[in-house]
Every structure is written in structure tokens, then in C-alpha cells.
Write a protein that binds this ligand. Structure first.
Ligand code: GLA
Length: 762
């Protein structure tokens, strides 16, 4: 039961930016903020998590507002129950903590489309996060709604909001001060006028869109060289209060990639370093929680969707437990408590239960439970059928198909299963750029079914314009030319519980087809529990009507956090949509999560056993020496060269060690500007460290400056990686960013670069 807390009238205060410090009522104040998201915590548990942050020694909670969960249909706003952001802020104030509000409109956050509503994509030419008039108009409507709820909660009016952020890391997206000014104005016009407004960015990008009248803060993660991170900012604004607006405690997990962790000791040292210099911070995430339902986002390139667990290796675990990282940090923060700050005892965790294994024995096969179709001559993405999330089936009849014909699907967003006359022929995974399937000979009139499941929309970079289903066309490729397939019957499978519940369930043992599965189970007591989905294929789970998230057998997440507050004593209901079908239709509840179990079928590294690159026969386009030091470096070749394959050979490290590491890497085109990396693939890396973390070579183009490729300790120089591009391009040089830590571990010294039109030899 959520108990709404009574609004108590409080005294107004002031909060401002003073000379090198924030000022609360005129007195110096260091912000120690804990980031967590009301959407990722059951509302029933909000106060527990707030108290956990307070007991950690924090004085502020930092939150995003997630536009797309509040306005799921245009013009229909929901700020109730789980979406009651005002109630969340009230609970924070009840516990004598402040709020930093980050209302977007874009929030990134590994959240579906970075918090933007999918229905914006119904407009063909919409340009998100620009001055596109429709985008700005809808942004303003949302911002005003937030203002109605929250502007009175500014500290100046007796509330607890001390700062509001404008946009989010815009410098990592584009350069457009006019757009930033528009968003700032929208925030102000919504009523946030009495407290500091700020922009957050990376040290490498904060100047690109910095507005004179806003505060500038910097985001970076555990291990970063803090001096270096603030160097530029201190130069351009010597008197500004310093704040790390996102200090990353851990990192997020993708399907099919190793579980991410960050060292506790290093995180605590980073915070100590900041506190010693009076630098304010927000620890992102202090409690990550769970991205319930279909709300997880994705990164690109290469497209890869987020897991449902947003544990983040944060100090407070997904289920709200105090971890060893929590206690280490608490010890530090106790030493830095303000004189007025009472650090309470750590609240107890909620009780846990086991659920003995039970069978899920009711089945509603998808193909026998088709909804009413819609007809469309041309293939179209799901948004055009007014569907936001879920799966979609495209059906048409084939002409006579001769053996050797290829089916091309352009583009699969994000996972497709292909059937002819009900027989499964294969799948395509956008992550691997798969879009073709060799067909057998088929009779004229055979029924082609393409079932596409949408994973999360991309939440970072230009790829946020991420339409789902099939976005362009479907063709048969034959020796006599290409034939586009038309005249589709289209069936939509939304993610609503009511839709899943309404299927016709029968008792069945046949498990290998996409289906909805249902069971009831009895509990004599409730408590938090982790549902083990290891025997299931790919899909999502509803318990007692709540969509608790996605599962996918490839891992690394194998269990789903099931909050006890959503379970009942007596009968409970579970519905599972499984597009692949389970090996065994059973579920059990565990007391520990499994977040780090990648299935053996997934290879995350880029070298096959015994594969050795032969560069003896190749002539480098450039040979040179890189400088030691943090920050970007640029290398220009004597002349540009055309090619599709690029290889960097690293000969030794600046520090003489074994290890090579690169955070980000761009190739430069003929005009000296970075080439797009959307369709890059790493086709070889001699060594990639995956034992102590997730350091594969594709990290060099994942757009994230804090993640990196690192070779394994035991593998000696030379090191190499090869990038394959989609087409041939002119390459005139490269830009390279070493790791952000002090001394740039693994920074390469001598290198050779190779460009080729045909693949390298092994
Ligand atoms: C950036 C974004 C956050 C989040 C983190 C990574 O800093 O601002 O929303 O995506 O990266 O977790």
C-alpha cells in the first residue's frame, strides 16, 4: 500500500552558486547526491531506498523525469501511483533531503529512446533533440505539466528542489546552442526560475553548447583523473562551483555481453578526492533498481539492447541491499558529514522468500491466437500501425521461389523469426547486422511469416530515431534481379497485460513455438524473490498484472527481480511471452540474483582459436608515435587512402607494459572529419580482456568515453584490431582517446596503420 505523505508547509530557503561553492541560505554547501529513479523502484519501496541513501551519508537525491512513461499516448498524462514523481519528491523532503531534478526532455539513462515518447516517430521527418517545431511543442507541453507539479517544490517556496538540469549531455549529440536555449526557456517557462539551472556534459564536450547563464557540470566515472576532468572548466570559469553531475559507480548490462562491475575501492577514492577539493557530486547510480517492463533502451553501434536489471554494480543492489561497496562508501561519507547532518542507521532489507519450482502448463500459441490483422501494401514500421512496443507479425504470400533465392529484410528491428507455411526457417538479430536468409525452393502462394520482436529503442546518439518492426522493405534476391514483396497482413502484439491475459490458454506440452504461457502459484507468505528464467528462451514476464521485465537465454541476466510488494498471500498469476519457446516450462524463485551468466552460444570476443593476423605482407599507410597524456589525439596520414578495412598495429605501450587500451577511436574522412561508425564491425582483435570486466574491442566505437578496449594482462605486444566498414571510404587519419584514468593505462606508443579494400589475411 502506498501511503501518501501529508504535505507540511516548510520554510523557504535559497540555493545558489557562489564563489567556488554552492550556497544554501548563503552558507557553503557540498552536494552529495544519490541518483536513483522512481520508475525503477516499486513505489511501495521508494521510502526505503531514500532512507538507504540517507544512511549512506548523502544529502540529496538526483532524479530524471521520464517523459515517455508519463505520456504514453499523446496528450494523456499519468503522474499517479508508480508515476507519482511529486509524491517521490515529498518523500525525499520528509526525510530531509534535497532533490536535483533532470527533466530532459531527453534523459539517456539506458531507458527506451532516452525517455522520449515513441509516438514522436510517427512523424516521418521528425528530428529529435533539435529545433523541429513539433518536437519543441511537445517538449513544452510535457515541461509545463512537470512545472505544474514540481515548480512549487523549489527550495525558495518551501520545497526541496535545489537545481534543475537542462537537456542531458547534449555535447555528445550535436552542437546547437539555439536548441539548448530553447530547452532552457521551456524549463524556465515551466516555472523553474528561482534555483540554479545547469547543463551536464563530458570534459571533452561541455564547451560545445555551454550557455552563459547556466552552470556547467561534468560527468565521468570511477577511476577518472579528476584534476584532468575539471581542468578546462576551471580555466574558462575559475570561480564556478565544481560538480561531477554523474560519477558512475558501475555500469549497465547489455544482452549478450558480460556483466559490468567497477572496483569499490577506486570508486570511494574518487569520491574522497572530490570531497577533499570541495567538489559536489551525484553518484550515478547509488541505487540502479530494475528497468521493469519494456522500458529498457539500447545502444548503437552495434545495436545492443539493455538487460532489465539495472543493478549497475551500485552501492545499493537491485533489490535494495547494502553491498560491501555501500559500507565502504558509508565509512568515508561519515567522515565528511556536515555538522547538521545526522546519518541514521542502515535500514533493514526487505524479507526474502523462495518459491519452489512449479510448472507453467497453460499455453496460448501465438499463431493460433492472432489478433485482427491490418492490411498494408508496403511494409511499414510498427509505429505506422500505431503500436509502440512488443512484437509484430508481417504475413504475405510468396511467388514461386527457386532454390538459391535470398530473402532480404531491411532493416530488422530488432529480432526476427521467419516461417514459411508454418515451418520455422531461421532468425535474424539486428545486433549482428543479420538481414538475409537463403530460402529453399517454395511453391507459389506459400505463406511467409516474419515475426519481429522490438527490443528497447536506442537511447544514445543519432540512432535514437529508432523505428521498430521492419523499417524499409522485404525483397527476394534472385539471379534475375530483386523483387520487393508487397501486400502484407500485419498483426500487432502489444505488451499490455490485458492483451496477454485475453489469449485462449490450453493445457499443452508442445513448447517450441512462440506462445504465451500461464500458470498460477500459491504463496503462504510474500517477500522479495528472483524468478529464475534460465530454462526459457526470449520474452517478457507479467506477475499479477505487472510486467516485471525481459529475459533472454543468452544472458548475462538469468533471473528477474520480483518485488514482494507485488506478490500476494494465496493465489498469484504468472504470464510469460516466449518468442523462442522454453526448454522446460518451469519457474522457481531464488533468494539470490543471477546476473553474470552468459550462455556458451554467445561469443563476445573477436578472434577465433588459433587465428593469427598476417601483416608481413602488408604495407602500412602510416607509422608513428603517439603522445602520452589524457585527451584526444589526432593523426593525419601523408595522403588519404581508399579502403574498407582498417587495422591498427600497436607496437608498444607508453609505460612499457603488456597492455594496450583505447577508449574511443574515429577514422577521418577526406575532409578530415570523423567518419560515421554506425555500421562498423570489429572483425579481429588479437586480445580482449573479459575476465576482469568487459573490455572488448567494440568499445572503441560505442560512443562512451568511459568504456574501453583492453588487452589481457598476459598477452604481450604487438596488439592489433581490424575494423570493417560497410563500404569503401577515403581515410585520411584517425582520432584516438586513451583511458580517462591518470597516466592513461595501456596508452599505445608506436603504431602502424593499414588501410585495405580487401580483407586482411590470416
Ligand atoms: C550518461 C547519461 C546517463 C547514463 C550514463 C551511463 O552519463 O547521462 O543517463 O546513460 O551515461 O549509465
Amino acid at each position: 500500500m502506498i501511503t501518501s505523505c501529508v504535505e507540511t508547509k516548510r520554510e523557504p530557503h535559497t540555493f545558489s552558486a557562489g564563489d567556488k561553492t554552492f550556497l544554501l541560505d548563503g552558507n557553503p554547501f557540498v552536494i552529495k547526491a544519490a541518483e536513483m529513479h522512481y520508475t525503477r523502484i516499486p513505489a511501495e519501496y521508494w521510502e526505503h531506498r531514500i532512507k538507504m541513501c540517507k544512511a549512506l551519508g548523502m544529502n540529496t537525491i538526483c532524479i530524471y523525469a521520464f517523459w515517455n512513461i508519463h505520456e504514453q499516448k499523446p496528450g494523456i498524462f499519468d503522474f499517479s501511483g508508480q508515476n507519482d514523481i511529486a509524491e517521490f519528491c515529498r518523500l525525499v523532503q520528509k526525510n530531509d533531503m534535497y532533490i536535483i531534478l533532470r527533466p530532459g526532455p531527453y534523459v539517456c539513462s539506458e531507458w527506451e529512446m532516452g525517455g522520449l515518447p515513441w509516438w514522436l516517430l510517427k512523424k516521418d521527418n521528425i528530428q529529435l533533440r533539435t529545433n523541429d517545431s513539433y518536437f519543441l511543442e511537445r517538449t513544452r507541453l510535457f515541461m509545463n505539466k512537470l512545472g505544474e507539479l514540481l515548480a512549487d517544490k523549489q527550495v525558495t517556496r518551501g520545497g526541496n528542489i535545489i537545481m534543475v538540469q537542462v537537456e542531458n549531455e547534449y555535447g555528445a549529440f550535436a552542437v546547437d546552442k539555439g536548441y539548448m536555449a530553447n530547452i532552457r526557456n521551456a524549463v524556465k517557462d515551466a516555472g523553474f526560475t528561482e534555483i540554479p539551472l545547469f547543463q551536464c556534459d563530458w570534459s571533452s564536450t561541455f564547451q560545445l553548447n555551454g550557455l552563459e547563464d547556466l552552470l556547467w557540470t561534468i560527468n565521468f566515472g570511477t577511476g577518472a583523473n579528476i584534476d584532468e576532468q575539471f581542468k578546462k572548466l576551471k580555466e574558462v570559469r575559475p570561480n564556478t562551483p565544481l560538480m561531477c553531475s554523474e560519477f558512475w559507480s558501475g555500469w549497465f548490462d547489455h544482452w549478450g555481453r558480460k556483466h559490468e562491475t567497477r572496483d569499490a575501492e577506486t570508486m570511494v577514492l574518487g569520491i574522497k578526492d572530490m570531497l577533499d577539493r570541495n567538489i559536489s557530486f551525484s553518484l550515478y547510480m547509488t541505487h540502479g533498481g530494475t528497468t521493469f517492463g519494456h522500458w529498457g533502451g539500447a545502444n548503437s553501434p552495434a545495436y545492443s539492447a539493455m538487460c532489465s536489471s539495472y543493478d549497475y554494480d551500485a552501492p545499493i543492489s537491485e533489490a535494495g541491499w547494502a553491498t560491501p561497496k555501500y559500507y565502504k562508501l558509508r565509512e568515508l561519507l561519515m567522515q565528511y558529514a556536515d555538522s547538521s547532518q545526522m546519518i541514521p542507521d542502515v535500514p533493514e532489507a526487505y524479507p526474502l522468500i523462495n518459491i519452489p519450482r512449479f510448472e507453467v502448463n497453460q499455453v496460448a500459441p501465438l499463431f493460433q491466437n492472432l489478433p485482427e490483422p491490418k492490411f498494408s501494401e508496403n511494409i511499414k514500421p510498427m509505429e505506422k500501425f500505431d503500436q509502440g512496443w512488443g512484437a509484430i507479425l508481417y504475413r504475405t504470400s510468396l511467388p514461386k521461389v527457386t532454390e538459391g533465392t535470398t530473402l532480404l529484410i531491411d532493416e530488422v528491428c530488432d529480432w526476427a523469426q521467419i516461417y514459411v507455411d508454418g515451418i520455422f526457417l531461421g532468425c535474424m538479430d539486428r545486433h549482428y547486422g543479420q538481414n538475409t536468409l537463403l530460402l529453399p525452393a517454395l511453391r507459389e502462394g506459400a505463406q511467409l511469416d516474419i515475426l519481429v520482436e522490438a527490443m528497447g529503442r536506442v537511447n544514445f546518439g543519432m540512432a535514437i530515431h529508432d523505428r521498430k518492426g521492419i523499417t524499409q522493405k522485404v525483397e527476394l534476391l534472385t539471379d534475375n534481379g530483386n523483387q520487393e514483396l508487397k501486400n502484407w497482413s500485419v498483426y500487432c502484439f502489444p505488451v499490455d497485460y490485458s492483451f496477454a491475459k485475453s489469449k485462449k490458454y490450453i493445457m499443452e506440452n508442445k513448447l517450441d513455438n512462440p506462445a504465451y504461457y500461464r500458470a498460477t502459484f500459491k504463496l503462504d507468505k510474500v517477500g522479495d524473490v528472483f524468478l529464475n528464467m534460465e530454462t526459457w528462451g526470449k520474452g517478457m514476464v507479467w506477475v499479477n498484472g505487472k510486467n516485471i521485465g525481459r529475459f533472454w537465454r543468452i544472458g548475462p541476466q538469468q533471473t528477474l527481480f520480483m518485488p514482494g510488494c507485488w506478490l500476494k498471500v494465496g493465489q498469484n498469476e504468472i504470464i510469460i511471452f516466449d518468442i523462442l519457446g522454453p526448454n522446460k516450462a518451469v519457474v522457481e524463485g531464488l533468494k539470490e540474483p543471477i546476473l553474470d551468466d552468459l550462455s556458451a552460444e554467445v561469443s563476445t570476443t573477436h578472434r577465433t582459436e588459433g587465428q593469427n593476423l598476417n601483416l608481413q605482407i602488408e604495407k602500412p599507410i602510416a607509422t608513428g608515435v603517439l603522445k602520452q597524456g589524457n585527451g584526444w589525439q589526432e593523426v593525419l596520414f601523408d595522403k588519404a587512402m581508399k579502403g574498407r578495412y582498417f587495422c591498427l598495429l600497436a607496437l608498444d605501450a607508453q609505460n612499457g607494459g603488456n597492455e594496450a587500451a583505447i577508449a574511443e577511436f574515429y577514422l577521418l574522412g577526406e575532409d578530415g572529419k570523423p567518419l560515421p561508425r554506425q555500421h562498423w564491425k570489429i572483425i579481429y582483435a588479437d586480445s580482449e580482456s573479459t575476465c576482469d570486466g568487459n573490455f572488448t574491442a567494440d568499445k572503441i566505437y560505442d560512443l562512451q568515453e568511459s568504456t574501453y578496449w583492453k588487452t589481457s594482462k598476459e598477452d604481450k605486444y604487438p596488439h592489433q584490431f581490424i575494423i570493417a566498414m560497410q563500404d569503401e571510404v577515403m581515410i585520411s587519419g584517425f582520432r584516438i582517446l586513451p583511458r580517462v584514468e591518470e597516466c592513461c593505462p595501456g596508452m599505445i606508443k608506436h603504431y602502424k596503420a593499414y588501410v585495405k579494400s580487401v580483407p586482411f589475411e590470416f
